[in-house]
Write a protein that binds this ligand. Sequence first.
Ligand SMILES: NC(=O)c1ccc[n+]([C@@H]2O[C@H](COP(=O)([O-])OP(=O)(O)OC[C@H]3O[C@@H](n4cnc5c(N)ncnc54)[C@H](O)[C@@H]3O)[C@@H](O)[C@H]2O)c1
Length: 370
Amino acid sequence: MTEVTGAPADVLHTLFQSDQGGHEQVVLCQDRASGLKAVIALHSTALGPALGGTRFYPYATEAEAVADALNLARGMSYKNAMAGLDHGGGKAVIIGDPEKIKTEELLLAYGRFVASLGGRYVTACDVGTYVADMDVVARECRWTTGRSPENGGAGDSSVLTAFGVYQGMRASAQHLWGDPSLRGRKVGIAGVGKVGHHLVEHLVAEGAEIVITDVRGESVQRILDKHPGVVTSVADTEALIRVEGLDIYAPCALGGALNDDTVPVLTAKIVCGAANNQLAHPGVEKDLADRGILYAPDYVVNAGGVIQVADELHGFDFDRCKTKAAKIYDTTLAIFERAKADGIPPAAAADRIAEQRIAEAAAAARAARV
Ligand SMILES: NC(=O)c1ccc[n+]([C@@H]2O[C@H](COP(=O)([O-])OP(=O)(O)OC[C@H]3O[C@@H](n4cnc5c(N)ncnc54)[C@H](O)[C@@H]3O)[C@@H](O)[C@H]2O)c1
């Protein structure tokens, strides 16, 4: 996937003429009374209503906000397709510092804009928006998910996200070592927040050896106290990625974890983690492959959360979701096999499989119309 920059010409090119077929629709929204400025981008509705969260962020320019919405929406098309969901890809961004401008009035105005799309776009949480915010948006818009259990929602999605990442790790182990068991494997987790700490529990239960790090000392300490002797910690991610004998590295903090500085020094043989956008730039996936490191594509293994928000639209059922999230194991294995067959890195194989599913759905819809 080629990223679009914030240059206005690039934004327009991506919209209408991109080699990936462009986006279906982009809506620029403004509500002067509340100060809302938002961009809703629908990349594709071939598989169903576009689904993706709302990012609330202080973009430096409007063009940058549009570019981010376009990139994120396209990413959701791929993620939803690979998660087996009947949803296309969309994403919205609200421009501004949420700490300063987020109000109930603004969120309600935003909800009215999403509602005006009549169900072509379903929104949810993302960076800068939370379950409580979706409860407010939902008052104006029935196409809102990621709400609190008190308001008919499924709440925190990190439990299933961690479960999906764990399935991705098992599939990676099966592909590389011929055995999905993680017993005795040394796994390094960078970031033990909402997802990372649930991941620790799965790995402890399976008998893995775990090394963690986090910029928040109390998050690390809480886990060390709970699992003395099983979990150890190192000072920072720099140290974690160099741990001797590390089998698996799980980036579970911020994006860009795999870059020109980190890939050459990774000791792990597998990278599989929850963080979004782990590859810092195009080409890193090839650098990993050249070093013989198996990379489980981030948007595939971290799809447990989107599986949950999609399920919420049909009345949330945890067990049904868990069954769907467990399929991340098979999907990840299929990607590795396709990568091997096509002689390309797994990230490129995942993109190909997703594009194929979207193209087939679009062709079927066209055929049904004539
Ligand atoms: N929560 C979900 O359901 C979900 C779904 C899909 C993807 N993700 C992605 O997974 C990642 C983690 O999500 P989360 O919900 O656990 O977030 P979180 O904020 O709860 O946890 C992130 C943790 O990373 C730590 N951290 C930040 N910078 C760090 C650094 N430089 N080194 C080490 N630790 C650092 C933070 O202190 C925090 O504990 C994010 O990239 C998120 O976008 C989350």
